[in-house]
Design a protein around this ligand. Structure first.
Ligand code: TYC
Length: 102
């Protein structure tokens, strides 16, 4: 009985067919009620932005309707969306956080 290893294709033959895992943009959407300071806090706490970066992203969302908080593998993006949404609801803000494939 051949070992499991012998059934596998050599690494160099398989390699070109491997695709990089997809990445996902995590977005904040604008609304009229969530306080600006709270959005800045969220960007610092969950997306590790400096205060200056966070203010810039918050203003981008405020003026354009949406902004990118970060780009992550699927599971990490999903977790960020869930954590930010739970935090916003706990503070009774309508802030929307969503994700889209890059
Ligand atoms: N538009 C909000 C205000 O004027 C601020 C805000 C920014 C809300 C970004 C949500 O994702 C957001 N208070």
């Amino acid at each position: 009985m051949p070992s499991r290893k012998e059934h596998r294709q050599p690494l160099l033959e398989r390699e070109p067919r491997l695709k990089e895992p997809s990445r996902y943009r995590v977005l904040l959407l604008n609304d009229d009620f969530t306080p600006m300071d709270y959005v800045v806090q969220v960007l610092q706490q969950y997306f590790h932005k400096t205060h200056e970066e966070a203010v810039q992203i918050m203003l981008e969302v405020h003026h354009s309707g949406r902004g990118i908080c970060g780009v992550y593998p699927y599971d990490m993006a999903e977790t960020k969306v869930a954590l930010v949404t739970a935090d916003a609801r706990q503070h009774q803000h309508p802030l929307r956080c969503t994700m889209e494939k890059e």
